[in-house]
Design a protein around this ligand. Structure first.
Ligand SMILES: [Zn+2]
Ligand SMILES: [Zn+2]
Length: 346
């Protein structure tokens, strides 16, 4: 397929060579040329890419599953399709379309998880910035079947902040069996639900309250987090908890502050950590525990659509690609407030 875009031979990219080597930003990483794209592949020129804690885990080799090396991280990219592989059949997207690149880069759509709508757990899945090169570069190769069309009414930086964290929380809430007016404990906000975030730091509190949370509990300041949550939620406890925290304690506490019939949604991906739940109270309180892993293509579209209609406010800071290493440091120390979105056009 021909293209009207001029595509350079080389690009700027952040490369992880080994898990303990410093991150390297180079400007002579080759760009896959349109003639080299396989059928079904597309080349996306990125506007920006969000930085996620997962990128840090991949970079450090923290998980039981290891990322490919050398690696270009990043899985919250937004940009324009500048080329589509020759002989691509029935592409749902075209050259010039604005699309998102999310964590799930590719799924086979034919294995049992895929057929059941759990393509994010595909037996043949490929992951951006993990098993295939991601979005901390100016150009990225993806698949026409799996890029996410970005609706109008949302900036690329906003869309980038939705593409991972937003989709993940959206899906967890969608499957949490909660209703309007129910209490959900989580560190991110969604409208139409009464939200009770628990996190730490004045800056985070100010942001969360400004975004419309009803109550805030600082886990470092509270003497008894469980009691404070129960007190804040009609004295009965929350209907659901969407737990992204990397500590086992956060899961144990959730069992304690959930009300009867409450749902615990596990969404964080810590490198290590066991989910430990008191069996007696899990049974007698009729608690359900679910693993909710990012989101499928439908969840992605729904989450972006909600944001494009102005129902979700994103808080992000735009920085150059050169700020990636310091962003990782900030994530390690827990000092990053909101999303850092890297501008890939500079
Ligand atoms: Zn992520
Ligand atoms: Zn599959």
């Amino acid at each position: 397929m021909s293209t009207s875009f001029t595509i350079p031979k080389f690009q700027k990219a952040a490369i992880v060579e080994t898990n303990d080597a410093p991150l390297k930003i180079i400007d002579d990483f080759p760009v896959k040329q349109p003639s080299e794209l396989a059928p079904g592949e597309c080349l996306v020129k990125l506007d920006c890419s969000g930085v996620c804690h997962t990128d840090l885990h991949a970079r450090n080799g923290d998980w039981p599953l290891k990322a490919k090396l050398p690696l270009i991280g990043g899985h919250e990219g937004v940009g324009k399709i500048v080329a589509i592989g020759e002989h691509t059949q029935e592409s749902p997207v075209k050259v010039g379309d604005r699309v998102g690149i999310k964590w799930l880069a590719y799924s086979c759509l034919d294995c049992e998880p895929c057929r059941k709508g759990l393509e994010q757990s595909c037996l043949n899945g490929r992951y951006s910035g993990f098993s295939v090169d991601g979005t901390f570069s100016q150009y990225v190769v993806s698949w026409v079947s799996h890029v996410t069309p970005i609706p109008e009414g949302i900036s690329s930086a906003e869309a980038a902040s939705i593409l991972c964290a937003g989709i993940t929380v959206y899906r967890a809430i969608k499957y949490s069996n909660t209703h309007i007016g129910d209490w959900i404990v989580l560190p991110v906000l969604e409208e139409d639900w009464a939200i009770l975030p628990s996190n730490t730091g004045k800056e985070k509190k100010d942001l969360v309250m400004k975004l419309g949370a009803e109550k805030w509990i600082d886990f470092k300041e509270t003497k008894d987090l469980v009691k404070d949550v129960v007190d804040a939620t009609d004295g009965l406890g929350a209907h659901a908890a969407v737990v992204a925290a990397a500590t086992s304690a956060a899961y144990e506490q959730a069992i304690d502050y959930l009300r009867m019939g409450g749902n615990l949604m596990a969404v964080g991906l810590p490198g290590h950590g066991k989910l430990s739940a008191d069996i007696f109270f899990t049974v007698t309180k009729s608690i359900s525990i679910y693993g909710s892993y990012v989101g499928n293509r439908q969840d992605a579209r729904e989450a972006l659509d909600i944001a494009a209609r102005g129902k979700v406010k994103c808080f992000y800071v735009v920085k150059p690609l050169a700020a990636l290493a310091e962003t990782y440091e900030g994530l390690e120390k827990g000092t990053v407030v909101g999303r850092v979105v890297l501008d890939m056009t500079q």
